[in-house]
Design a protein around this ligand. Structure first.
Ligand SMILES: Nc1ncnc2c1ncn2[C@@H]1O[C@H](COP(=O)(O)OP(=O)(O)OP(=O)(O)O)[C@@H](O)[C@H]1O
Length: 250
């Protein structure tokens, strides 16, 4: 479970003249066994929130807990509970898929038989067997996406966070990714992802967190949000709830 508590984050320019309030008291919970989507227009604070959650940014106020562990107090313990799917696939093309996954497993502190078994498990889960010992240079987009997923999941984290996961993916890769998210959810994991894509959020998410101007604008199931706004679809509900659809794709 991921709990975001009253996050405030300001960015200042070098001279300290211009300040951007990226997060303004944002709070929400992403529960186990659910897919939670963060939806918001450009500049709403989604990436800043996720970066704070990974421990890459420190908040000016507020805190995040991952399975009850406060990220700023015990960053390594919190990160061990977290799988991160970045918005760009930074693969080392001279390494095989296996070597890449092995590298990430080592970064997470796995070694010996435990590491070997964890790699074998994730390769099996993602059906990567035939690709495992090929160098990743020349891999298709879907194959690259699967290796990135394997890297994120090799330490079997309880929580899985994805930043704009389907941006730039073709239809097939998007479907594969969605299937894996659904499987992960069925096993009781917590999945949190940010998205611009309304249909994706409506189709996949159990709960939607709508963020605007660094704050929680509304939250609920897609149906609850439609009911709250008195609209038939999530897109119209979103526009009504935050007053714009700028930066959000249907
Ligand atoms: N490193 C930074 N320095 C200065 N301002 C920043 C920095 N990172 C983010 N911001 C500002 O903070 C605000 C929130 O940005 P953030 O990237 O979190 O939004 P977002 O919801 O992810 O937007 P998008 O959907 O466009 O990616 C924006 O006004 C952005 O310009």
């Amino acid at each position: 479970m991921i709990e975001v508590n009253n996050l405030h984050k300001y960015f200042h320019d070098k001279k300290g003249k211009n300040t951007v309030k990226a997060l303004d008291g944002l709070s929400f919970t992403a529960k186990d066994g659910e897919i939670t989507g963060i939806l918001g227009p450009n500049g709403a604070g989604k990436t800043t929130c996720l970066r704070t959650l990974y421990g890459l940014l420190s908040a000016d106020e507020g805190f995040v807990t991952i399975d009850g562990i406060t990220v700023t107090e015990k960053p390594l313990a919190a990160r061990a509970k977290l799988g991160i799917f970045p918005d760009k696939f930074g693969l080392y093309e001279r390494l095989t898929a296996y070597e890449q996954i092995d590298y990430f497993a080592s970064l997470h502190g796995l070694s010996g038989k435990t590491k070997k078994d964890a790699i074998a498990q994730v390769i099996d889960d993602l059906d990567l067997g035939k690709l495992a010992h090929r160098k990743t240079v020349g891999f298709s987009q879907g194959q690259r996406m699967k290796v990135t997923l394997a890297q994120a999941l090799v330490h079997q984290p309880q929580n899985f966070v994805l930043d704009e996961p389907t941006r730039g993916l073709d239809v097939m890769s998007t479907r594969i990714l969605r299937e894996h998210l659904a499987k992960f959810k069925a096993k009781g994991h917590c999945i949190l992802f940010s998205s611009h894509v309304m249909q994706e959020v409506a189709a996949l998410c159990d709960r939607v967190i709508i963020v605007a101007n660094g704050k929680l604008a509304a939250q609920g199931t897609p149906q609850e949000l439609c009911d709250l706004a008195g609209e038939a679809n999530l897109e119209d509900a979103f526009v009504k709830l935050i007053g714009t659809d700028e930066g959000v794709a249907a």
